[in-house]
Design a protein around this ligand. Sequence first.
Ligand SMILES: [Zn+2]
Length: 82
Amino acid sequence: MTRILFWIALVALVIAAIRSKLRGMAPPPGQGAGPRQDRPAAREAETMIACAHCHVYFPESEAVKADGREYCSPDHARLPPA
Ligand SMILES: [Zn+2]
């Protein structure tokens, strides 16, 4: 009888280990995955544009738009394009 209980416990442990491993490898989208894992990938896919003043590349979402041009910061938006 103890042998059967031992094997049941062992199988349950193996199943639990496999489940936790699968969860760690492939988190379902929009579920359980933390914002830390999502942000770097989203940043990499973002379009990079050059500042009209200093020509430094930065994410399009951070652009400061003035006179139809994109700038890296409000300070450069005030300065003339180089
Ligand atoms: Zn700039």
